[in-house]
Design a binder for this molecule. Structure first.
Ligand code: 2RA
Length: 331
């Protein structure tokens, strides 16, 4: 029956997309509460043709809320998610704040949706966008051949840095066109006509937090504690879709035909793979769309029982907002 839903971080790139997903998927919303910082309070957003005024987020914002979708950064989630849960809401959190907590399920509905029904703290975590998109391509292959290891390089859209990232790329494209100087604000280097091998903070290991998310979240979501993952995450001048180049090793013999067949009937992912027709996934084709696309499937030339593939998906949608709304639909 209809639910009272709150979006925390309603004005952010993901928050806006969450509202659109609720609307487009006809989620049974009784009342929609939009919560954001004091700076955004008072602004209005439109939901199902009606204007809704944004309210300032406080610890008392969750009375009567059934489902609270959070996408306002880890700090806000850490501070306010417990209050939302205490008020009786189920929290679906897009930040990394709770993902690795043992009593918080980390859910991609098409892969481990049943976990969403076991949320003892009233908090369910949405995985990192590049992890979701990569696993949408690997889960069907894991079922078919038994996944052992992943070597991945990501090509991550600037939307992963939020609206500010999209603005930075747009501004720098203009500046470059006019021959104006380029002063990076969001990233360490110019992102226009460049690629930056630094997503999230560096750790002692030399890997960034983003690269380690693929390892730790991949193990938890697939329930494969021995899964080996080595990942390089790169920011590229693309607006909204992440692309990932993957080499995956399996327990069993693999073939391209069997791999393509493994995707048949799998929701949320589709094969676009026909080299003769120069058909393969590209970011502009997945932007604004629900499905992740997989192509360039071929047997790896170095390792046994290994496949190379290329997967692309909309970072704001399936990488964040859509996945969160799909978890809400499971509830
Ligand atoms: C990024 N995955 O792309 C991170 C957070 N969305 O920056």
């Amino acid at each position: 029956e209809p639910k009272n839903v709150a979006i925390v971080g309603a004005t952010g790139a993901v928050g806006v997309e969450m509202l659109q997903c609720l609307e487009q998927r006809n989620f049974p919303v009784k009342n929609l509460t939009l919560l954001a910082s004091a700076r955004s309070a008072g602004k209005r957003m439109t939901f199902r043709g009606a204007e809704i005024e944004i309210q300032e987020l406080t610890h008392d914002s969750f009375q009567g809320i059934d489902i609270a979708l959070f996408s306002a950064g880890g700090g806000i989630s850490k501070e306010f998610a417990p209050s939302a849960a205490a008020a009786g809401a189920i929290v679906i959190d897009n930040s990394s704040a709770f993902r690795m907590e043992d009593d918080v399920p980390l859910v991609v509905p098409e892969i481990n949706g049943d976990q969403a029904l076991k949320a003892p703290r009233g908090i369910i975590a949405n995985p990192n966008c590049s992890t979701i998109i990569t696993l949408m391509a690997l889960a069907p292959l894991h079922s078919a051949f038994g996944l052992k290891s992943i070597i991945a390089s990501t090509y991550q859209a600037v939307s992963g840095s939020g609206a500010q990232g999209i603005l930075e790329l747009e501004e720098q494209i203009q500046a470059m066109a006019k021959g104006d100087p380029i002063t990076p604000k969001v990233y360490q280097h110019p992102i226009v006509s460049n690629v930056i091998p630094e997503v999230d903070a560096f750790t002692e290991s030399g890997y960034t937090k983003e690269e380690l998310k693929m390892l730790h979240e991949g193990r938890k979501i697939l329930n494969l504690p021995e899964l080996r993952v080595s990942c390089t995450c790169v920011r590229v001048p693309v607006v909204r879709s992440h692309s990932i180049s993957v080499t995956a090793q399996f327990d069993q013999e693999v073939s391209v035909e069997a791999a393509r067949a493994a995707y048949a009937g799998k929701p949320g992912v589709a094969v676009r793979d026909n080299p003769a027709e120069r058909l393969y996934p590209v970011p502009l084709d997945t932007t604004g769309k629900d499905d992740c696309l997989v192509g360039r499937i071929r047997k790896n030339l170095v390792f046994n029982n290994a496949l190379d593939l290329w997967v692309v998906g909309d970072q704001v949608r399936k990488g964040a907002a859509l996945n969160a709304v799909q978890i809400a639909e499971l509830l």
